[in-house]
Write a protein that binds this ligand. Sequence first.
Ligand code: NAD
Ligand code: DAU
Length: 336
Amino acid sequence: MRLLVCGGAGFIGSNFARVRVHDHGDEVVVLDKLTYAGRRENLADLADSPGFALVHGAIEDAQAVASAFAESQPDAVVNFAAETHVDRSIAEPDAFVQTNWLGTHVLLEAARQKGTRYVQISTDEVYGSIGEGSFTESSPLAPSSPYAATKTGADLLVSSYVHTYGLPAMVCRGSNNYGPFQYPEKLIPLMVLSALHGERLPVYGDGLQVRNWLYVTDFAHAIGCVLAKGVPGEVYNVGGPDECPNLEIVNRIVELTGADPRLIEHVRDRPGHDRRYSLSSAKVRTLGWEPQVRLEDGLADTVDWYRANPWWWEPIRSGEYRDYYERHYGRALSTD
Ligand code: NAD
Ligand code: DAU
């Protein structure tokens, strides 16, 4: 296939691009704004692959989108492009509305012109928090954060383009991903790098919030199933095989890195913090998908990857991230 992968220089998009090029021999063109989270290094090993290109541009820029369509002549578009960090959306929501909602609209317009198959990458956060049981695709939408609200708005735009214009589009809602190339503002890489540097491990509130962990290549394979066999107009939930409270994850990272458990520090909770996420993946399983990686193994592999790849995270820790960390956590990173 020829794929236009928007936001493909980020964490999940780059892992998806790698799977498509290596396992499927697809020609992949990535359109990416290269924000702090979008990094050329994430795609370095694909640079010489036949048909691969990285185009620098924003999805809310209709001209950049038109050029990317012209360059890739895609059989399908997969949209990962987004502002993705909940804490940043609470501090500064503007870019979330711009990219996640308006940007999705611009992409949908371009796809509509050509009738291109389209997969929107969405999140379990559109359903809000659940006490018991798991969300299905027909659960009510109840986003809590500005991030989640803009993702919900995008999902509804996709649905409107299916119903109004007959666009062959699907929505794929993933639970919390983890694995290589995840920017260290997110829980697992933040805790791994902090533990390796002997820095404090800031757990929000009581740390008993539960997330439904999905290894990133498992998500990539699920998106591949939706791309190949998904029914236009349908939504597919993709939940990981394990649920785990944050504090348990942090304790496990302490063990895996050999860090001092006294580094764990309970800090002020995130405003409006969702207590638990859980997705039923029964529908996507009917397309032939099964998760392959359990949390215990995936977490150990992820710690190994961060240990083995300082070339990847050293430039991050000395750049914008340093200011973000200080602004958000009110303390400086250690000097490496
Ligand atoms: P990420 O922050 O690592 O990557 C986002 C990418 O989008 C970056 O490459 C960034 O440069 C690019 N981008 C941002 N604004 C853009 C714009 N205006 N135009 C073009 N590119 C832009 O995020 P991620 O964790 O890889 O998430 C990818 C997608 O998956 C997002 O849509 C997110 O909502 C969704 N998702 C993430 C998770 C998770 O746990 N990380 C779970 C479910 C769904
Ligand atoms: O559920 C899917 C979502 O998962 C995606 O849509 C988002 O893009 C992605 O960022 C992620 O959102 P979360 O808010 O769940 O992820 P984060 O890694 O920020 O936090 C995971 C949990 O860990 C959450 O309960 C907050 C907590 N946490 C996070 C950080 C950064 C802490 O306790 N301390 C921290 O320093």
